[in-house]
Design a protein around this ligand. Structure first.
Ligand SMILES: [Zn+2]
Length: 124
């Protein structure tokens, strides 16, 4: 029996392969056709970027090498749109942690926030 996890891992792998194949595409180039799976950018939502560089026309899956564990992972086009256009991330920033390290990092910060007030109480 194939578990859902294995199926998902296989899907992730093929998406990673595809992301590597399109890594050379210049998403700012006006003369290229966005590849399948590309998500169009909304420049009105990118106006917070104070940059003279051209803004991307679209987002495509990107390969991110995790700064913490070195794992290669896809940064999906939809997540990039969210980061740049909804979360208003700077266009020159990008994901540096894989999903699992990002989750651990978040859990660590949440735990630190919870532990601190409890620790203060204990000292009284
Ligand atoms: Zn990682």
């Amino acid at each position: 029996m194939t578990s859902d996890k294995t199926k998902k891992e296989r899907l992730d792998q093929s998406r990673l392969k595809r992301a590597k194949a399109t890594a050379d595409i210049d998403t700012r180039d006006e003369n290229i056709t966005p590849p399948p799976g590309a998500v169009m950018a909304d420049h009105a939502q990118l106006s917070h970027n104070n940059t003279y560089d051209r803004l991307p026309r679209f987002y495509i899956d990107k390969v991110v090498v995790c700064r913490q564990c070195g794992k290669e992972e896809v940064w999906p086009a939809e997540r990039q749109k969210w980061w740049y256009e909804i979360a208003k991330g700077n266009i020159n920033t990008q994901a540096v942690l894989c999903r699992s390290c990002r989750g651990k990092e978040k859990a660590r910060k949440d735990a630190a926030r919870r532990v601190l007030p409890a620790g203060l109480k204990k000292n009284k």
